[in-house]
Design a protein around this ligand. Structure first.
Ligand SMILES: Nc1ncnc2c1ncn2[C@@H]1O[C@H](COP(=O)(O)OP(=O)(O)OP(=O)(O)O)[C@@H](O)[C@H]1O
Ligand SMILES: [Mg+2]
Length: 431
């Protein structure tokens, strides 16, 4: 017997219920007045199939994903020939749609197939509980394949170690090296990419993308519209305007945005908030939005991870703890970036000292160093520009460009290297 939960706010709801009840082997277990009632019935295990209409208040990809995750097949309902509703339902991730006018056999076929395929998927997920597959591509995409960008997450502990500086630096350098890039500000505590790149405060960005995702209207074209090109080859999706608005970013919406972002450019760079703790006080309520869900979702889908720490005693200790805290969080193998490196903070020969202590205390090797360079980073911030634009030969810029080139496995063009050596010679002579 297939138990069906119906949450359809239309005059034809009762016709649909009667038609379903006439199908042998299928029965309507509950008629739900709203989405909350439906989710409760699903969570309580009262149904095999949940039927929703596109205009059910509050229904979105998040609700559909949650019900599917609970092993319940979500089926759409629309009036016959209501194409726009069907399109919205498909964008919400609903594959099967029924109408009140369908005959018994057709209803049995559609509801039965949906219930069986969801049950099969639930079984497969249990057997194959692996993480998301890596893309493993070098940023170059074959012409005949759709673009599937590689996601590089930039994360790090509290204390403003330079996550945004590194994310903006890597993204802009990658674009300048010829790899189109989209940079997303997913910091739910203090978004700052828009300000760093002098974009309009009101640029709709990630909140609008998440809202469209919830409504089932987000696609590649609409995401591209929310990701203006701020420099050749560099698109930016700005962050939540005020930090209190973090609840607008639901995990499933962030997931869809990231999946679509991979289609926008071969490289996707994420500026993330510092915290990866589960919001434990909320864990009893699985429907509540969680502030760190955005960071956790991003870490889970990323292909590469840069963990940024500040090169002073407190920053380094926080960096060690941050890397340790990743052990319990699904995430790619981290690569450590030590920023603001200076002798004044840790003593002479700071790179050697930092390497030794991070290896001893956390087993971290292969560090990337970005020198302390307040003149360059302040100038960039003041101009609302990238380091490449405002301080092209600064030590911080050169380190970030080398990091981007290394991530992409490309060479910095020879002409630029010569120009750099020339600049260095000129500077040395003038000292
Ligand atoms: N290599 C550097 N040398 C000197 N100053 C730097 C360097 N990198 C970043 N800064 C400065 O440190 C401050 C914090 O940098 P940034 O905003 O990138 O950090 P964050 O980790 O993103 O912080 P938040 O927690 O605010 O998101 C900024 O004023 C920035 O200009
Ligand atoms: Mg930041």
């Amino acid at each position: 017997m297939i138990d069906v939960l119906v949450a359809v706010g239309h005059g034809w709801e009762s016709r649909l219920v009667t038609a379903i009840d006439e199908v042998p082997g299928v029965r309507v277990a509950r008629r739900c007045p709203d989405l909350a009632d439906l989710l409760a019935a699903v969570a309580a295990g009262h149904g095999d199939v949940a039927i929703v209409s596109a205009d059910l208040r509050g229904v979105g990809r998040d609700a559909v994903a949650r019900m599917s995750g609970d092993g319940v097949a979500v089926v759409g309902a629309s009036a016959e020939g209501d194409e726009p509703s069907e399109r919205v339902l498909r964008q919400l991730g609903v594959e099967t749609v029924v109408h009140p006018g369908l005959d018994r056999d057709e209803l049995r076929e559609r509801l039965g197939t949906a219930a069986r395929s969801t049950a099969r998927r639930a079984d497969e997920t249990q057997v194959d509980a692996g993480g998301p597959g890596g893309v493993g591509d070098d940023g170059k995409v074959a012409d005949d394949e759709p673009v599937r960008g590689r996601v590089v997450a930039v994360w790090g502990p509290t204390g403003a170690p330079g996550r945004t500086t590194v994310a903006v630096g890597v993204a802009s350098e990658a674009a300048a090296l010829g790899v189109p890039t989209v940079l997303l500000d997913l910091d739910t505590y203090g978004a700052s990419v828009a300000q760093a790149l002098s974009m309009l405060d009101e640029s709709p960005g990630i909140a609008a993308a998440a809202r469209a995702s919830e409504l089932g209207t987000l696609d590649l074209v609409s995401l591209a519209r929310l990701a203006p090109e701020v420099a050749p080859g560099l698109r930016v999706v700005s962050g939540v305007v005020s930090p209190q608005r973090w609840p607008e970013l639901r995990a499933s919406a962030v997931e869809q945005v990231l999946e679509l972002a991979r289609g926008l450019a071969p490289l996707v760079v994420l500026d993330l908030g510092f915290c990866v703790e589960e919001d434990e006080e909320l864990s009893y309520d699985t429907a509540a939005p969680r502030r760190n869900a955005t960071t956790l979702t991003a870490l889970a889908v990323a292909d590469d991870l840069l963990v940024v720490g500040a090169g002073d005693p407190v920053g380094l200790q926080r960096l060690v703890r941050a890397v340790q805290s990743l052990a319990s969080v699904p995430s790619p193998q981290p690569r450590t970036v030590v920023n603001k490196v200076r002798a004044a903070a840790v003593g002479p020969d700071p790179r050697r000292r930092i390497s030794e202590s991070l290896e001893r205390f956390a087993g971290l090797t292969g560090l990337v160093f970005v020198p302390d360079d307040p003149a360059a980073t302040d100038a960039a911030m003041l101009a609302g520009a990238t380091l490449a634009e405002s301080a092209p030969s600064s030590p911080a810029r050169l380190a970030l460009r080398a990091l981007a080139a290394d991530l992409l496995d490309v060479e910095v063009p020879r002409a630029e290297r010569h120009e750099r050596r020339g600049l260095r010679r000129a500077r040395t002579r003038s000292r």
